[in-house]
Design a protein. Sequence first.
Length: 422
Amino acid sequence: MKNPFNTLFGRAALMTTSLLVLAYAAMVFMLGREANQMHAEHASRGIQVVEESRRDGIEATRHIASALGATYLDGRDTSPGDGPPSRRETHGLYENALRENLPPGSQVVLSGDTGTVWVRYAGDANWIRIPGATLTEARMHTALALMLALAIAVAFLGAWQAQRPLRRLANAAREFRIGVSTPVVSVSGPREVAELIVSFNEMIREISEYEQERAMMLAGVAHDLRTPLTRMQVRADLLPHGAERMGFLGDVESLGRIVKQFLDFVRDRADGSPLVSVDSFCQSQYGNVPQDGDTESSLVTLDLRAAGHFRLPLVDLDRILANLLENAMTYGEPPVEIATSLQHGKCVLTLRDHGPGIPDDQLEHALQPFVRLDEARGGDAHCGLGLSIVRRLVRRNGGTFCLVNAADGGLLVTLTFPDRAG
């Protein structure tokens, strides 16, 4: 399972969210403490004014209390519901701060639901009620949580926008690696990222120009060789029958196959041929290969289980199988086993021979163009392009190429493609 935080977006989002949560916690602590102290100091001053006016016998005590946002609850004309919900004192941050500003012995009760505070001044039998003296914890935490959620959403959006140019660049690099034609990546993002994209585009352009020049050179050489090869074949036909004539014709045929491989290798256009069923194609092309009933003496065996789900462009499929079969027949030993299957939503094509295989430390080297492993798989009429051509065609069709030695001998090629019928 991939770690979602092992990406630029995941790490940026995690870092930003962590900072916001820490800032939120610090704000809650500081805001709650400072705000409660400030509100408690203002409330205590109003309570002291009301209490001193009562003690001085001022008749306008109720009006003074009302002007200060408080209500003096005289026991003579106060209904039972006007008093505090409980006679037990509460001891929150606000209540403790308020007690610090009142004479010892004063009682403080806070309703957490409404933010109303009741105070019984030291030496007084009546209560003073101050509605909405402080924010309720629910309201304060709701407001702060909403601010935090909005800040996290903005942080996630910013992190997503910051990683988009790098993701486009990574996708373009991946497509270029597997041989897909890579469009110019649009330049965006911070200055450093934009400079990286510009350098990448220039590198791709220069590599593409080099590849085109190499392809033109190989195509030109292969094309120019066709005419003298044709003349050589005509002259060989004029020779008397014998070993010399057959050898000459064999050499001409070998050179012709090399020229064909050159042309296949430099062909870099997308295959516009129709999609065909791989199973049906294999059955029609190789299902009539002579069989002796004994699998060990058969040239080609088929095990086709993908049905109509497995489809590939006709020309690409023909080139893939032709190169793999020629490689297996030339360097390996029959029978060559061709199998198709559906595995975990993917279409799989395998081809296996029963030859000596390739040394494990040279498997990757064997996939490079123009590489021939003479000691392990020597042969004639080949220039080391067969497997390179196959890997390029597989990647161009969105597949993966795997080359390994079979456990009980022989070379095993596994090609995995997306399910085009899914």
